[in-house]
Design a binder for this molecule. Sequence first.
Ligand code: ADP
Ligand code: MG
Length: 571
Amino acid sequence: MPIKVLAPELVSKIAAGEVVERPASVVKELVENSLDAGASQISVEVQGGGVGLIKVSDNGAGIPALEVELAFHRYATSKISNSADLESIGSLGFRGEALPSIAAVAEVEIFTRNRSEAIGSYMYLRKGDIASRESRGRHQGTTVTVRRLFRYFPARLKFLKSVNTESSHIAHVVSQYALAFPEVRFSLLLDKHLSFHTAGNGDLRDVINQLYGLEVAQKMLKVTGTDVYLQVSGLVSPPPLARSNRNYLSFFVNQRWVRSPLLTRATEDAYRGLLIVGKHPMAIINISLPAGEVDVNVHPTKAQVKFRHEQAVFASVEEAIKGALSKTPLATTKAVPFATTPWQEIPSLPLRSAQGFGSPQRPGMISDNEPTFITPLPTIKLPVLRVVGQLANTYIIAEGPDGLYLIDQHAAHERILYERILAQWSQKEVEVQGLLQPITIELSPREEETLKTNQGILAQFGFAIESFGTRSYLIRAVPALMAKANLIETLSELLDNLASKENPTPWEEKIAASLACHSAIRAGQQLSNDEMRELIKQLEESRQPRTCPHGRPTMIHLSLHQLEKEFGRIS
Ligand code: ADP
Ligand code: MG
């Protein structure tokens, strides 16, 4: 085929594809426009996962009647006018691509009144062309309504996920802007049901309360840090509030929501040694710096940024978060490895890490310097073991025909419960326990969507959960095996786990692993000889007794041969 310049219509479709990947991208662009217009109230309404309807209303500056049509021209923007402006962008939008891109793939209605005008303008566009236009009265601000998204793009439509999944992406996007702009009042209506709203009083903890619940709002730690030219601020979770995916990491640069591997790494580095493998912190971090220090013109979705001084940003963020964490009771818990705090699990972290079983700072344990001492075990049946005693209320010492076994009581119990839960489920014989007093749980918008998507699956495991007002749910029954003490925590971890895309494990295994982990006996718990014997007996009957459901070892084995070698009896 000879080279030719593409027709403008085709060009706009190609460009639209970059900006509007899925319904949540439309919501993002419209909300950004409302924020750029200085709105203090933004309401978002969505139906059918955004494919049916997306409506974003604001009380911002509005568009002058003479400019409404121009707003839908490609590369038409009121936000920058020369290349010097591009060097220091102070607004969220600047490419002039969103409205034309959305209009190219949907039917769009705009109704706006500029603050300096007495009457508003209404315009309707179909396939990018103006279908009708008139003057109409309304209060100051703008409402953009998008219908039939991707109707004429069956290929894109085919790639969309279920309504619940798309709604959950939208809820995530709106939540992020609510976190970035606590001074703006947001509301999100999903299929006529209020997903969340924020007060707009400028208090980040209030927004967190609405999104993640009161406990998280109260426990988050304040982050502040100032460098020569940048400021880091926000809230991060104390280690016990850690989650099983990275959905709770929110980064903003001059209040722009960004996805940044650099900032993710800086945050996770600040938590090094404080979280179990597979756990991630919650963090809401904003970095304020002169616009010239950061390039936002990296990608059409403007979700990536390039810092001029990457290292300095990295160090400041890590430093600021470490500062926040150092003010928690964490420091003491670290020093007393087996304290019976509510998060006793953390001390057993180095033991169960992937690299080695020992940790030098642990009294009485084998250190990392002697790795040849211990052999990880292949997955084979356990011999019959005799319980000798308990070490540090955490490990069971047992003797077998071939030496000494040191068993992590939590990991071992986790394995037992995991297999039992899966067995009951596969035989459709899950034991259910009704709760005399139903428990109320408040879910984040995202958790709520995950719950809706997985309600049938959870029912198979014995959960009976019903809606009880705005994002409130009543737990009426749970799997009988489940520990009742931390029911709410278990359920929200379970929902996180189900929502996690980083973890490709089948859903039944995710559920069983979460339930097992939260219901198993803890490190730090004293066990009687009978209890230890029973635990070992059940472990012997397990199919994979030597690893916990996360693949970490349940035990360390020192063979008689190794002992003889270590004691110099043989060479
Ligand atoms: P950009 O945001 O990059 O400028 P858009 O296509 O998103 O490009 O919007 C084009 C223009 O329309 C904006 O520059 C702005 O002047 C105007 N506009 C869009 N949405 C709104 C809104 N909600 N309130 C006021 N003006 C708006
Ligand atoms: Mg825009």
